[in-house]
Design a protein around this ligand. Sequence first.
Ligand SMILES: [Fe+2]
Ligand SMILES: [Fe+2]
Length: 260
Amino acid sequence: MKAFELFREVVGGEWLDANAHWTVDKIKIGDENVTVTKVGTCLTATPDVIRAAGEWGAQLLITHEPTFYNHIDEFDENSRLCRMKKQLIEENNLTIYRYHDAMHLCAVDLVNLDFINRMGWKGNFDNNMVITLDEPVEIADVVRGIKKNLGLKNPRVVGATEGKVSRVLLLTGHRGGGDYRKFSEGNDFDMVIGGELCEWADAEHVRDAAQFGEQKTLLILGHAGSEKSSMETLAFEIDEKFDGIEARYFECGELYSYID
Ligand SMILES: [Fe+2]
Ligand SMILES: [Fe+2]
């Protein structure tokens, strides 16, 4: 199977064709016709991920985030780091495709679905970013669940630290301030679980709301931390689905390191 054939099967060829004029889900570097027997997945193709995938013998690497530091992966010849990364990718004989838009915009947001599945949550999920849990959960148990099930070291908590939540808004990855403002100003949700935000503009509201006695909690997992497990799940799925193709997830880890 060639790289472009596998990618079309994974993403959905009809979706790609219908949205080709704007989606970032396409080849970023390499050869779309390379024959694939080993495919890696990752949240972000960092140098360590590229080296590990190359060493394992992957021909194709499917990443969720950009490789060259901007949304459309425009290669910047003037960027020293872009040039270093390109050289490393070529030395490791990798073809890189990006799988991002379809994960969020198909019938179900696959990143948020994966988060819910890993948390073992039961409830009413709108297939996009809202889940109402059947049974309210203690805030501390949500944090413990994230540490245990997603392997994140230190989810950060803003606002209320005690009490139960059932109406949860999932803003994994990066979302604009408007979504966070809807939470802090409105009364639709008890908790937001987000990737990254602008603290002074979008998080201080939540701290203030809690100090006014409102039951509002914001959990910030980091951009990579909030989305990466979905790409591990993708590797399992590719490995299962395609005969003669081995798939493996390459962990980029959380962006931040913690020194105890
Ligand atoms: Fe994403
Ligand atoms: Fe993202």
